[in-house]
Design a protein around this ligand. Structure first.
Ligand code: RP5
Length: 177
């Protein structure tokens, strides 16, 4: 559904379309939602199944494109057809998130998503790598939006500082200084 900015009481058009095959994917896909919220990127989010509701998938892509969505993040598990099907309906970038599965550990999802035929790519992140999918989506959007480029620069600085902090703690633990 499209998010609404309550303060301004105007509908905010989404830049990112998040789709997942089932509600069981949400605990992983929520990591993408959180990062987009941090970056203040408007998004829409839906459950639609490539195999159970193919017409709904097509309708959502049409609606999302009409609304101005520039990049899709799509999570699915097992015989994870959804990201590929989304890529078949759009010329916009599709980032696939393979969801970890109980029987095959998510390698099933990974192979299903990453092994696309020539001409129909899905940029595939690690198993359960929904946060990286959102980082990549923001990087794509940042090509046109300077405030997002600044957000990403800050995000990278924070990560670097975190590594330095951990290194200092390690030195202290090992050498007591
Ligand atoms: C896929 O099958 C979904 O994306 C999910 O990861 C997996 C299990 O789906 P449910 O059985 O929870 O509907 O289609």
């Amino acid at each position: 559904m499209t998010r609404v900015n309550v303060e301004e009481e105007i509908e905010v058009k989404p830049w990112v379309g998040i789709l997942m095959g089932s509600d069981s994917d949400f605990p992983v896909m929520e990591k993408a939602v959180r990062f987009l919220e941090e970056a203040q990127v408007p998004y829409r989010i839906n459950i639609a199944s490539a195999l159970r509701t193919p017409e709904k998938v097509a309708r959502i892509i049409n609606e999302a494109e009409a609304d101005g969505v520039k990049v899709f993040i799509v999570g699915a598990g097992k015989a994870a057809h959804l990201p590929g099907v989304v890529a078949s309906f759009t010329t916009r970038p599709v980032i696939g998130v393979p969801i970890k599965t109980p029987d095959l550990g998510g390698v099933d999802s990974l192979y299903s998503i990453v092994q696309m035929p020539s001409g129909v790519p899905v940029a595939t992140v690690a198993i359960d790598g929904a946060k990286n999918a959102a980082v990549l989506a923001v990087q794509i959007l940042a090509l046109e939006k300077r405030e997002l480029a600044a957000f990403l620069a800050h995000f990278k600085r924070e990560m670097a500082e975190e590594v330095e902090k951990k290194d200092r703690m390690l030195q202290e633990k090992v050498f007591g200084k």
